[in-house]
Ligand binder design. Structure first.
Ligand code: NAD
Length: 515
């Protein structure tokens, strides 16, 4: 007898709601390949219900005092901190990443909760006394209303948390549309908000596919859209939301390069290339997927150039990586890397390695036939290293989003910079060197939004902002940081004169000027 597969619905009006649409999508444990749940996909009636509830929630929440909203945020922060282990297990079960990495993404999301706890200072208005004679001006910000957050599969906690703490702190109500592949984390977070004292309707989870996304894009009540996902969808979201008069920020895909100058410590570089290339099985928008090695004569006595030496070091380290179920190895302990998200994605990643090979690249370490004993149905793909990838190959120009590290050899710093700048993405990049002047020039000339100097995954901390350039971000608003309060609020400026009857100026049809 097969066990019944649980169903997952929505969170609307402070309660779990089963979907009645009759449409569903399977949720898998990527490590075992088993279906762990069936996700109900919203129909139009469910979208309307979610939006109506969020509207009602906004009316309550936006009217509460700063002090009352602040206490809910602090409660949420404390509860999340105390119970993050439960959330990490959910992430690992549906996403596949190892538990410590799941805790890592929760910690980065928590940074934004902590930023949002400072909202009373960040949302203070401005006041100018006597701007004109007897006239004062003050400005202040008000929440937008219902805001939509649409997230990808790869960070089911951190990415929604880039937005919802700020949006909620500012007085909005949010509707989160999680990825169909790992929806449970958002539902868990919804319950935690309720426990923290957030009024019903302020945090809604609407599960669904394109229909749910389009429902949010088309609902007049939804004032803004914060999207993170692949570039083609980000562009679609940006254009559609803008056409519908909404405020929109849409973060897209990436192809991040690590430029290695000949003076860098190659052991440090090899360790960092492994961490940034294979962590979370390469399913990070800030993963390093290309190592750009500036070639120089080898100094360790081996054959070839410094790039050959680096490839040897990376290959050696790949041999020591443990790949397995992110929830733990049969022998105990945690693997370094888990599976990919789905069987389809595994096929896609494999296809890119085929393309690289057909285009003449050298497959130094091949993960295509990799399997984990006892988890033969899991979506595992072995760490893969590709040398001499032609920069015309689709395997170089496209985002692979898997544990595939490509090496491109260049002859100079400038050739490396030019190659990075010729790409259509501009999310993250890193330079490894001991030359401060070169690093400074790199930060000046590179057309990328987030830069690491001897830091391979330069995800800015919560009080800075996250966002790329070019096709990695549509719109001009980044995620989190103090400036993100602007995205989730509208400003009003009030010009005030309390008329002194003795100084009443009479009628004047001229345009008001200061005096
Ligand atoms: P995706 O674009 O397939 O899906 C993202 C969201 O869009 C999901 O909620 C999905 O349901 C929805 N969606 C998918 N197709 C749609 C369509 N046709 N119309 C409307 N909505 C649609 O992305 P993914 O595979 O879940 O995530 C991986 C991608 O996200 C990678 O490209 C990665 O680089 C990117 N990403 C970017 C960042 C960043 O900060 N720039 C961060 C994380 C992930």
């Amino acid at each position: 007898m097969t066990a019944e597969i649980p169903t997952i619905g929505h969170w609307i009006d402070g309660a779990g709601v089963e979907s009645g649409s009759g449409k569903s999508s399977p949720v898998f444990n990527p490590a075992t390949g088993e279906q762990v749940a069936s996700l109900g996909l919203a129909d139009q009636a469910e979208i309307d219900r979610a939006v109506a509830s969020a509207q009602a929630g906004f009316q309550v929440w936006s009217k509460l005092s700063i002090a009352k909203r602040l206490s809910v945020l602090f409660n949420f922060r404390e509860l999340l901190n105390a119970r993050k282990g439960e959330l990490a297990e959910i992430v690992t079960r549906e996403h596949g990443k190892v538990l410590s990495d799941a805790l890592g993404e929760i910690a980065r999301g928590q940074e934004v909760v902590e930023l949002a706890c400072g909202f009373p200072s960040l949302l203070k208005g401005d006041f100018s006394q006597n701007a004109s004679t007897g006239v004062d001006v003050h400005s202040f910000r008000q929440p937008l209303g219902v805001v939509g957050i649409i997230s990808p599969f790869n960070f089911p906690v951190m990415v929604p948390a880039w937005f919802f703490p700020v949006a909620i702190a500012a007085g909005n109500s949010v509707i989160v549309k999680p990825s169909e592949k790992d929806p449970s984390a958002s539902l868990w977070i919804a319950k935690l908000w309720q426990e923290a004292g957030l009024p019903d309707g302020v945090f809604t989870v609407l599960n669904g596919d394109k229909l749910a996304v389009d429902g949010l894009l088309n609902a007049p009540e939804v004032q803004s859209i914060s999207f993170v996902g692949s570039t083609p969808i980000a562009q679609y979201i940006y254009e559609t939301a803008a056409k519908n008069g909404k405020r929109v920020q849409a973060l897209g895909g990436a192809k991040n390069h690590m430029l290695v100058l000949p003076d860098a410590d190659l052991d440090l570089v090899a360790d960092n290339a492994i961490n940034a290339g294979y962590g979370a099985a390469g399913e990070r928008c800030m993963a390093v997927s290309v190592v750009l090695a500036v070639e120089a004569p080898r100094t360790d006595g081996g054959q070839g150039t410094s790039a050959d030496a680096l490839i040897e070091k990376i290959t050696e380290r790949i041999g020591n990586l443990k790949v397995g179920n992110g929830a733990g190895l049969p022998a105990g302990g945690e693997p370094d890397m888990g599976p990919l998200i789905s069987a389809q994605h595994k096929e896609k990643v494999s296809g890119f390695v085929d393309v690289a090979e057909a285009d003449g690249a050298k497959i130094v370490v091949d993960g295509r036939t990799f399997a984990v004993e006892g988890h033969e149905d899991g979506f595992f793909f072995g760490p893969t290293l590709i040398d001499a990838i032609p920069t015309t190959s689709k395997a170089y120009t496209e985002e692979i989003f898997g544990p595939v590290l490509e090496v491109v050899r260049v002859s100079s710093f400038q050739e490396g910079v030019d190659l990075i700048n010729s790409g259509r993405f501009g999310n993250g990049t890193a330079i490894f060197t001991n030359d401060g002047g070169a690093a400074r020039r790199f930060t000046d000339e590179i057309q990328v939004g987030m830069i690491g100097i001897n830091v391979p995954i330069p995800v800015p901390v919560g009080y800075h902002s996250f966002g790329g350039w070019k096709q990695s971000l549509f719109g001009d608003s980044k995620a989190y940081g103090a400036k993100s309060f602007d995205f989730f609020t509208r400003e009003k400026a009030v010009t005030t004169r309390w008329v002194d009857p003795a100084k009443h100026g009479g009628i004047n049809l001229g345009f008001p000027i200061t005096d």
